[in-house]
Ligand binder design. Structure first.
Ligand SMILES: [Zn+2]
Length: 136
C-alpha cells in the first residue's frame, strides 16, 4: 500500500478528472497510473472487476481463512458479555443477602445488558435470580 497515494488523475488532455488507481507496482514500487473503475479505488488490472466471494460457501471459506483464533469473534464476545452480566447480578444478589464479609465492589462501566435492579422488590429480585441462570 502506498503511503500518500494521489487520488485524482487528469486524462484526455486535461478534459477529464477521474480517480486514480491506488495500487502499487511490485516492480517499480510506484502508484499505478491507470484510472480507477467507476465506484472503485483500483483499476481493472488490480482487482477492480473482482466481486469477492458470492456464494454462501465462498463467504464462509473466506471467514474461516481469516480467523486466526476464536477469541474475538462476535459469538465469543456475546458469550463473554452475557457471563459478565450474569456475574454482576450474582454479586448484586450476594451483596443484597450480606453473603460476603464486605460489600463487593465492581470497577469500570457495567456490561451491556445489565440494568441495576432494586432487590428489595421481590419481583425484581426474582428477575435478577433468573438472569443469573445460564441460557440454553
Ligand atoms: Zn491499477
Amino acid at each position: 500500500m502506498i503511503k500518500n497515494p494521489e487520488f485524482y488523475l487528469i486524462i484526455a488532455g486535461g478534459k477529464i478528472r477521474c480517480r486514480r488507481c491506488k495500487a502499487q507496482s511490485s516492480r517499480t514500487k510506484l502508484q499505478c497510473s491507470k484510472p480507477a473503475l467507476k465506484g472503485k479505488a483500483v483499476c481493472g488490472h488490480h482487482g477492480g472487476y473482482s466481486t469477492g466471494p458470492r456464494s454462501k460457501e465462498g463467504k464462509n471459506r473466506i471467514r474461516a481463512a481469516h480467523l486466526k483464533h476464536g477469541e474475538e469473534t462476535l459469538e465469543a464476545k456475546a458469550e463473554r458479555s452475557a457471563k459478565s452480566v450474569m456475574f454482576r447480578y450474582l454479586s448484586d444478589i450476594g451483596n443484597h443477602c450480606n453473603m460476603f464479609y464486605k460489600q463487593l465492589t465492581t470497577r469500570g462501566r457495567p456490561p451491556s445488558g445489565y440494568a441495576k435492579l432494586d432487590l428489595t422488590d421481590p419481583e425484581q429480585l426474582a428477575l435478577a435470580i433468573l438472569k443469573t441462570m445460564p441460557r440454553k
